[in-house]
Design a protein around this ligand. Structure first.
Ligand code: HEC
Length: 268
């Protein structure tokens, strides 16, 4: 019942956001207002609660919970893990972001097929599980400062790779990520475009995702955010949890070091 009330509130507030007065302001102002209206009824909390439940419930072909999953700070340690990812994992010999690491755990611990989940469209099947897990795991680091590590040589290589991907121009519009996110004070329509080549500030850019999309009622992980930006860039969609998406995460995450994480944030 409580759930229904929150959702109805969401729709009403969304209507208010789309009003004529909202058009004078940027989407950021609108979202800030909306966030205040919601106060103790943030719909992202529903996803967080579901994510916590999914973490603790025995699931998959092996019927085991994810509680022994190592997110970088030791098996089962969730608090603080999000703000230190992507990072190097010795057991897989890869730099992994949260989503690719969760795929590893779901395969090794629970017996799911990581390849199958990676090929599943957003918002379907086990992708829904990943979105809820990302919401809860990131929420467990809310208020902490981004501290994406660069101690391992592979982490530094991924930063350089991410930097190259960020500035790589191509496609029919000759866009790179930097075309839209390389300067201060840029906007598309009413949306502020953060400068992601440096630290854009507390709770902005890397420090805001995963986020609850008010417009669609969906929880988007950073993987889905990036996927949509590849579309805006007129680039082919990247593979889910592929190295280029992780490298972009390292680049943005290291640039955002010291910024306070508000993930999962509320977004338009
Ligand atoms: C054509 C312009 C365009 C290009 C190119 C583009 N983006 Fe975006 N990006 C946007 C817009 C618009 C938003 C805000 C979307 C929204 O609020 O719905 C956004 C949002 C983001 C955000 C979230 C910012 C925040 O504070 O919430 C990140 C992170 C991001 N983009 C990363 C990237 C990366 C990495 C690339 C290159 C692969 C890229 N973008 C390419 C237009 C672009």
């Amino acid at each position: 019942m409580h759930t229904t009330r929150i959702m109805v509130g969401t729709l009403a507030a969304l209507g208010a956001l789309g009003s004529a007065s909202a058009q004078q302001k940027s989407a950021a102002d609108g979202i800030a207002e909306y966030r205040k209206m919601l106060e103790d009824g943030n719909p992202a909390e529903l996803f967080e609660a579901k994510g916590e439940d999914l973490w603790k419930t025995p699931r998959g072909p092996k019927k085991v919970s994810l509680q022994s999953c190592d997110l970088g700070l030791g098996p089962g340690v969730v608090k603080g893990a999000w703000v230190q990812m992507p990072r190097w994992f010795a057991d897989t010999g890869r730099v992994q972001d949260l989503e690719s690491r969760l795929l590893t755990c779901m395969e090794k611990i629970q017996g799911f097929s990581a390849t199958e989940i990676a090929a599943t469209p957003f918002g379907k099947g086990e992708q829904v599980t990943l979105e809820a897990l990302s919401a809860w795991i990131s929420a467990e680091s809310r208020g902490m400062k981004i501290a994406v590590p660069q101690a391992h040589a592979e982490e530094r290589r991924f930063y350089a790779l991410g930097q190259r991907a960020f500035f790589f121009r191509g496609g029919p519009m000759d866009f790179s990520c930097a075309s839209c996110h390389g300067e201060d004070g840029k906007r598309i329509r009413l949306q502020d475009l953060p400068n992601l080549t440096k630290n854009p500030g507390d709770g902005v850019g890397f420090a805001a995702w995963p986020a609850y999309r008010v417009s669609s009622g969906e929880m988007w992980s950073m993987q889905r955010r990036l996927n949509d930006c590849f579309r805006q860039q007129r680039f082919p969609y990247p593979g889910y949890a592929s190295d280029v998406t992780i490298a972009l995460g390292v680049f943005m995450g290291v640039n955002a070091r010291g910024a306070e994480s508000i993930a999962p944030a509320l977004k338009r």
